[in-house]
Design a protein. Structure first.
Length: 1094
């Protein structure tokens, strides 16, 4: 209110001053024109002049405090004869109006001269601040800006405004404080001098005008020179040239002289200003000119100027952004690809490759190649999962239809539609088939295959090859001479049903285990599956409503409903959300947060007051960790707020009051209150959750006591008791506290490190007992309230233990800890063997779902001989241990080399073992008939190139091998001649004992059902050779007929993983199929059933 009153009063003063000034100006003009005035009247004129001068000063004082827009409008309308310009040059004695007009003309000339001086000054130093002799507009606008700033305190505002005025060169306020009287008159005469840079003989000198009006001291000049003459640390010293004497003040500068700017005190004496090229002459080469004829070295000088690149989305060419690269800095090419994801629209992130826009498209392999080899390219294409530009796939060209000379028909292989529009899905992976016109082909095959797309290059070749775009490259395959009648492209007559989930996810999640109070069943999640495990009957139920991996779960207070949250997928319908479902019937009741929650769901919780549970809170995994409160039954959001940019571990409702919420994580415990007004806001209580001593790095767990206290455990091993009026700290754990659980009898259980400790909350939290249980992730009471003291403990080793402090703990659920990349079924038993990066090999029973034996051995691949006696393991160290399949005892070890073993395969007769390594070598080891420790010394090595081997298959007669390389190229080897088969057409009718290679004519159909950028990781053919299990890079497992070479072959789909499916295998009688996912460390066992039984 005071600010507005001051503005209003100053505006009124300005209005009255203008009115009086205009009136008095008119009176003075009339009296000055009359020539018969007396001396008395002259004295009256002088008094009027003094009054006029006072009014002008009043007007100027009011004018300084109006807003900038009013000041600009007034000055634009003022003429050159306006009395406003005479304020700064007030006459010392009484003068007439004519004399004042003469002084005004002189003043205008000075103003024009000052403008020319300032123009030349800005040309030299464009970023220099204004001096105290700048025009009134700048000084008055600075004062107005300082006045308009919303300062909280007048004293702080004055100090900061005074500092701002001084930094801008306006020192009027400082001069007023110092008195400003008796100061000597400044010397405005300038000196034009030239400045060189120290040690640079080729530097062109800069001409600078120096006077006391522009530079008040030598320090001001050094600041200005630092902006004009570039040095390493700024200009700090100036030397006269050629004398070499350091300049100490502005008075030492002489007009027309040369000077040297330096950042050090040492002057380098070089021939400044004389770097002209010498005269040309004909003669012998001088000794000092030999360096001109030397060859350029391999090391190029670094580029100093930054590069501006244009990044274009491969899929959406209208989406493009500018990228500035500092060529002098060391950058990582992978970091550049990561930054590009946030710049342009990439439908299939992340960015996998970068290509030049100009044809032919060249792939950028490294940062140095981007800077040097592609220096002439400014536009680049960013490719996501599709890996290559659209032009290289040949799918965006419309000229192929014209070359064929015919119109497209519905149902054609190229996916064309009537009217010339192409099917978008068919453009993703193209099939080119050329009919074999020889009479030996059957008419049925000609009819089914004769509608294929022609060869993309000009004249069509009369062959029967099939070309498929796989992983950005065109692969050519040859169909067998006899077509299988079962290969009709229809769906298989079998379906999949999830039978069992092996493993538990406790390594990286918090809310991962709950107990249903009604039935006592364990509820946990693995990958995208929520498991309900009944310990009494050793059975599992599975909730399969999620499309991506589940990250958290919570149970409703009534014990019936379960809420689970998932991460966001790549499409809108697979975004992050929370699903509420029935724990008995597995029916979904509500889907909450779809389109609102971002990235993923960190934690969820039901309100617990009066067991109603009408509210559901959720915290997403975005950068600001948004907290939302929902009425889940109506799927309506009640309130929303951002929490913090630090990681949030979990959150929950306060059990006594549902309007209070608590979130905790890195260095914070935040208490929130939900206001039930019209705004429905969630606001943080800043007076709660404040640490008295050092703030812990992480608050890792939280629970509530029977009296309503909040108990937290942190990474320092401390347990804090939060109450409404005070808090106490108890240092009770040697390691960090990772889990807390309050039992119904008042016992507080704390888990941290390798221990579980019990504390009596009634007896001032005295230590009761402790028990070692591994690295604890969470503690859950076995029954409602936990009155019997029995608990479930989940550990970071992906195990669930059952027991109490009085009884011994036993393992209830167990599995692998790290990624799984090797699974193989036994050829004669209902068992299978799995291995992962946790250096553990486990043999599982597919009937009892329990481990048969477990050994510790690093493994990357597995193969079991056809007789089921030997298990070969591939390792990262280039060794192949061979185990006894019945007890896991190691029999011998094969030395392959120093490269990682990626693929293993026993021959159908069990006498040979093929080993594929990371360096592209295939070794054949020959075994004796007994298959024991003795191995033949004869070893054959086959090498195609340096590309690593992914899969190996043997022919039925053990004469040929087919291997799939890392770039999805398939190669064939003749084991009789030990030569690579170049004529791949001759391999078209070879029968293969297994088909683990994901490429070939028999698996063309699955490739056509993928979107752009997706690839097939694994293929497993059933034992009866009628089904095939295919796993891709999106976590989907699809069941096909075998073979499946038809376009858009039918399949039964299941998605239980959010990332790559790494392994798939059928059991010995094809009753089960086992699949694994890399990041989830879990195995899924599916039953292969008839549609009626499913």
């Amino acid at each position: 209110r005071q600010v507005f009153q001051k503005r209003a009063s100053r505006a009124n003063v300005l209005t009255r001053a203008e009115r009086l000034l205009d009136a008095r100006r008119g009176q003075v003009t009339d009296r000055s024109d009359s020539s018969d005035d007396t001396r008395k009247n002259n004295h009256e004129d002088d008094d009027d002049d003094d009054e006029l001068t006072d009014m002008e000063g009043l007007r100027h004082k009011a004018l300084r405090h109006v807003n900038r827009r009013q000041l600009k409008v007034y000055e634009d309308s003022a003429s050159s004869d306006d009395v406003l310009h005479t304020i700064r040059y007030k006459p010392r004695g009484p003068l007439s109006v004519a004399a004042r007009r003469a002084r005004l003309t002189s003043f205008n000339a000075r103003i024009n001269k000052q403008k020319r001086t300032r123009a030349s000054r800005r040309q030299n130093f464009p970023q220099r601040g204004q001096s105290d002799d700048d025009d009134l507009n700048s000084s008055e606008s600075d004062a107005i800006d300082a006045y308009n700033q919303p300062w909280a305190d007048d004293d702080e505002r004055y100090e900061e405004s005074n500092l701002q005025d001084i930094s801008n060169g306006n020192r009027r306020r400082q001069q007023t404080t110092n008195g400003g009287v008796g100061q000597p008159k400044e010397d405005y005469k300038g000196k034009r001098v030239w400045f060189f840079r120290n040690g640079d003989i080729h530097y062109k000198p800069k001409q600078i005008l120096i006077n006391s009006r522009i530079y008040q001291s030598l320090e001001h000049l050094l600041v200005g020179l630092s902006q004009v003459v570039e040095t390493s640390t700024g200009v700090k010293h100036v030397f006269s040239w050629p004398e070499g004497k350091e300049v100490k003040s502005l008075g030492e500068f002489q007009n027309g002289k040369y000077y040297v700017c330096s950042s050090t005190r040492q002057l380098q004496r070089v021939d400044y200003g004389n770097s002209r090229e010498g005269p040309w002459r004909v003669g012998k080469i001088d000794r000092n000119e030999n360096f001109l004829f030397q060859k350029n070295g391999k090391v190029q000088s670094p580029l100093r100027r930054p590069r501006i690149l244009t990044i274009i989305s491969n899929m959406y060419r209208d989406s493009r952004e500018k990228l500035i690269l500092n060529t002098n800095s060391q950058m990582n090419f992978e970091d550049i690809l990561t930054d590009i994801v946030n710049m342009v629209n990439i439908p299939n992130p992340p960015v996998r490759a970068l290509y030049t826009e100009k044809r032919p498209h060249q792939k950028v392999q490294s940062y140095s190649q981007l800077i040097r080899d592609f220096a002439e390219h400014d536009n680049f294409l960013a490719c996501g999962e599709e890996m290559v530009p659209l032009e290289m796939t040949g799918n965006n060209s419309s000229s192929n239809n014209n070359r064929r000379g015919g119109a497209s028909v519905p149902g054609s292989v190229d996916g064309s539609r009537p009217g010339g529009k192409r099917n978008a899905r068919s453009d993703i992976n193209r099939i080119d088939e050329d009919r074999d016109l020889s009479p030996g082909r059957s008419s049925d095959f000609t009819t089914a295959k004769g509608q294929g797309q022609g060869h993309p290059k000009g004249r069509r070749r009369k062959t029967d090859s099939v070309r498929v775009d796989i992983n950005g490259k065109t692969r050519e395959f040859f169909p067998p001479t006899t077509i299988d009648e079962e290969d009709d492209g229809t769906k298989p007559d079998k379906k999949l049903r999830l039978d069992w989930v092996y493993g538990f996810r406790g390594r990286d999640v918090k809310q991962n285990l709950v107990v249903l109070p009604s039935s006592g069943e364990l509820v946990y999640f693995v990958a995208a599956v929520v498991v309900i495990y009944d310990r009494k009957f050793a059975s599992q139920k599975h909730y399969l409503g999620h499309s991506e991996e589940v990250t958290c779960l919570a149970v409703h207070p009534n014990g019936r409903f379960v809420a689970t949250g998932q991460n966001a997928g790549k499409t809108l319908d697979t975004g992050a959300h929370v699903r509420v479902w029935d724990g008995v019937s597995l029916s979904t009741y509500a889907v909450v947060g779809l389109g609102c929650l971002q990235v993923g769901v960190t934690c969820i919780n039901f309100s617990e007051r009066d067991a109603q549970g009408d509210l559901l809170m959720a915290v997403d995994d975005s950068d600001r960790h948004v907290l939302t409160v929902w009425e889940w039954q109506t799927e309506r959001m009640v309130a929303k707020t951002t929490t913090t940019t630090d990681p949030v571990v979990s959150g929950c409702f306060y059990p006594v009051d549902e309007s209070i919420l608590v979130t905790y994580g890195r260095e914070h415990v935040h208490f929130w209150r939900l206001f039930w007004d019209k705004g429905r806001k969630v606001m943080r209580d800043r007076l709660s959750g404040n640490f008295e001593d050092d703030v812990p790095k992480f608050v890792t767990s939280l629970c509530f006591s029977a009296v309503g206290d909040v108990i937290t455990g942190d990474s320092t091993g401390a347990i804090l008791i939060w109450s409404r009026d005070n808090s106490s700290v108890f240092s009770i754990n040697e390691d960090f506290v990772s889990a807390l659980c309050m039992l119904g009898d008042g016992t507080l259980l704390s888990g941290g490190g390798n221990e579980v400790k019990a504390w009596d909350s009634i007896s001032n939290y005295c230590l009761v007992k402790e028990r070692s249980a591994g690295h604890v992730r969470s503690l859950v009471p076995m029954s409602a309230g936990g009155l019997d003291g029995s608990i479930f403990v989940s550990t970071t080793r992906n195990k669930v233990l059952e027991g109490s402090l009085q009884l011994k703990f036993k393992v209830v659920i167990q599995g692998h800890v790290e990624e799984l990349w090797a699974v193989e079924s036994h050829p004669l038993e209902q068992t299978f063997v799995s291995a992962g990066h946790d250096q553990t090999v486990v043999k599982w029973s597919a009937v009892s779902h329990a481990p048969v034996w477990r050994v510790n051995n690093p493994c990357t691949s597995i193969s079991i001989d056809p007789k089921g006696r030997l298990i070969a393991l591939g390792t990262t160290a280039g060794k192949v241990p061979v185990l006894n399949s019945y007890n896991g005892i190691q029999l011998t070890t094969l030395l392959v080399g120093g490269s990682q073993v990626n693929a293993l395969s026993f021959s159908p007769d069990g006498r040979s073992l093929a080993v594929g390594t990371f360096d592209g070598v295939i070794q054949i080891h020959y075994l004796t008939d007994e298959g024991q420790r003795f191995f033949s010394s004869e070893t054959t090595a086959l090498k195609h190139n340096n590309m690593f081997i992914m899969h190996i298959d043997w022919s039925v007669d053990c004469k040929f091998l087919q291997a799939c390389l890392g770039d999805y190229e398939i190669i064939y080897w003749d084991l009789v001649s030990l030569q690579k088969v170049k004529a791949t057409r001759s391999m078209r009718d070879v029968k293969w004992a297994t088909h683990n290679c994901p490429v070939g004519h028999s698996v063309i159909g699955p490739w056509q059902n993928l979107d752009r950028g997706e690839v097939i990781n694994v293929v497993s053919r059933s034992q009866y050779r009628d089904l095939a299990m295919v796993g891709d890079s999106r976590g989907r497992a699809r069941l096909y007929r075998w073979p499946c070479s038809q376009l858009k072959s039918g399949f039964h789909n299941t998605k239980t993983y959010s990332s790559n499916v790494t392994c798939a295998t059928f059991t010995c009688d094809d009753s089960y199929v086992i699949i694994s996912g890399g990041n989830d460390a879990a195995l899924m066992q599916f039953s292969v059933l008839d549609p009626v039984n499913t």
